[in-house]
Write a protein that binds this ligand. Structure first.
Ligand code: AMP
Length: 125
């Protein structure tokens, strides 16, 4: 079920449960602002998700309402996770699905990091 990016935050979403430690994740990085873990259904040889610690439904919600420290901390964490995974030189792709047309499924902001092969054109045609 795709998420409406303007909906209220649902604290029962799967990533909220991961943040609270209620369900497991294969964590690769954590700091004050962000948690990064392997996607459960990888769509590339490397497929990581980075989520903010704060309760934000989407990129729209986060960019409009998060504080400057949260935004800086989260953006730096995304870069750090990719760098630590050795992805900068071969390259990687970031995707943050937002709202119905993007097919966002989990209503907690997440940035996908895809890497590990030539990823091809940006969008399927
Ligand atoms: P999106 O379509 O952008 O909302 O992507 C949601 C992503 O979350 C998908 O790639 C799922 O495979 C992934 N996902 C869903 N549940 C889990 C979970 N428990 N642990 C890790 N990744 C998950």
């Amino acid at each position: 079920m795709a998420v409406d990016a303007t909906q209220a935050y649902d604290d029962q979403n799967v990533f909220a449960k991961i943040l609270r430690g209620e369900i497991p994740a294969r964590t690769v990085y954590e700091d004050e602002w962000a948690l990064a873990f392997h996607d459960i259904h990888p769509q590339a040889p490397t497929h990581l998700l980075v989520i903010p610690k704060g309760a934000y439904v989407s990129w729209d919600d986060f960019s409009a309402h998060a504080g400057a420290d949260e935004i800086a901390g989260f953006v730096r964490a995304v870069g750090l996770v990719a760098r630590r995974a050795g992805l900068v030189e071969p390259g990687y792709r970031l995707i943050a699905n937002t709202g119905i047309d993007s097919h966002q499924e989990v209503p907690h902001l997440h940035v996908h990091i895809f890497a590990g092969r030539a990823l091809g054109p940006l969008l399927a045609r």
